[in-house]
Design a protein around this ligand. Structure first.
Ligand SMILES: *Cc1c(COP(=O)(O)O)cnc(C)c1O
Length: 359
């Protein structure tokens, strides 16, 4: 019996999400020591977790299953976000919640304004939901009319918005969001970067039961490798998500680290402030080169339009010097690179390399 006759043919060409390679593998490929890599391609917090957070994870009882009800974690997140614990559902990263939400609705289609984070499209396709991509305007604001149209035309029951948006860095416009909340669809506002800038839309949940906010510990708290994120919604929707998620979706180390990060949020706020300051310094220095044009960003990364040479060449040349950035060249995002904010030394290495490139 051949696998072709058994497996889903609609997944044959599923190559949507290109995974990030482990640091040691990357370093070996490039031929530099791991500690010389300047990793500015995945918006991670290069300060890493605070020691107290690392120690909390290490102290977890690894031999005991996690609490499926997430009682302590949900209480800590609720305290952090200023909501009721009954409104919170934690997951193995925000990505897990994106998946659970799509499975709860199982819509024929979802709407994704592009350029967008790739995971919405990837997880929708796995659930046989058609990702209907609606191009943003030239300044990356939403095309509300086209989104309304797409929801009606394709019976899309989920709209994925990102605030601030990845990879463009711009915040969500409040009036546009309110217009979309009247539609017969769940409106998912992914606030993965909200700790770096932009005003949270969580207060709107009380008035709109179709609004779900996603957050993560991956970016601000430096816990990307532990996988912990969460949703905030009405208690009714949270109950449905709790019922559908895998019972042990947040492991005990991740749970302990997330709670410790909340307990130590004042210290982590210093790292966040440093990254925001560095984002602005990096933007100024890179823009001053004259051939990389920044789009305004309130997140911990900046998108630059590359002038006069292919973005891929810039990314490849940086990579040969051990500096990793993301490049884009596709219909919705032509000839751009996205650079994460790092530590001052990371910026200095980046800028020196870019100066070398232009000679
Ligand atoms: C990084 C990122 C996430 C991923 O969150 P995890 O908690 O690491 O799964 C979600 N949404 C956006 C827009 C991101 O950029």
């Amino acid at each position: 019996m051949s696998l072709r006759a058994i497996l889903r043919p609609d997944l044959d060409d599923l190559e949507e999400y290109v995974p990030v390679k482990p640091l040691d593998v990357l370093a070996a490929e490039i031929g530099v020591p791991v500690d010389r890599l300047v990793k500015l391609d995945a918006n991670e917090n290069l300060y890493g977790p605070r020691p107290a957070v690392r120690e909390a994870a290490a102290r977890a009882d690894f031999h005991i299953y996690p609490d499926p009800g997430q009682t302590r974690l949900r209480a800590a997140i609720a305290r952090y976000a200023g909501v009721d614990p009954a409104q919170v559902v934690a997951g193995s990263g925000a990505d897990d919640l994106i998946d659970v939400i799509i499975r709860l609705v199982a819509p024929p289609a979802v709407v994704v304004p592009t350029p967008a984070f790739g995971m919405y499209r990837f997880l929708a396709k796995i659930m046989r939901a058609r990702p209907v991509e609606i191009p943003r305007r030239p300044n990356f604001d939403l095309d509300v009319v086209a989104i309304r149209h797409a929801v009606a035309q394709h019976a899309a029951r989920i709209i994925f918005l990102t605030h601030p948006n990845n990879p463009t860095g711009n915040p969500l416009n409040r009036a546009e969001l309110e217009a979309l909340l009247d539609l017969p669809a769940l409106v998912v506002v992914d606030e993965a970067y909200i700790e770096f800038g932009g005003e949270t839309v969580v207060p709107l949940i009380d008035r709109h039961e179709n609004l779900v906010v996603l957050r993560t510990f991956s970016k601000w708290a430096g816990l990307a490798g532990l996988r912990v994120g969460y949703s905030i919604s009405s208690p009714e929707l949270a109950e449905r998500l709790m019922a559908l998620k895998q019972p042990y979706n947040v492991n005990v180390a991740a749970e302990a680290a997330a709670i410790a990060a909340i307990d130590h949020r004042a210290e982590i706020a210093e790292d966040i402030a440093a990254l925001v300051a560095e984002r602005d310094r990096m933007t100024r220095l890179v823009a001053a080169l004259g051939w990389l044009e920044p789009y305004p960003s309130v997140a911990n990364f900046v998108l630059f339009a590359v002038r006069g040479r292919p973005a891929r060449e810039v990314a490849d040349a940086l990579r040969r010097r051990g500096i990793l950035v993301r490049h884009y060249d596709r219909p919705d995002l032509q000839n751009c690179i996205r650079i994460s904010a790092g530590r001052p030394a990371d910026t200095d290495t980046l800028v020196a390399a870019l100066q070398e490139l232009q000679q």
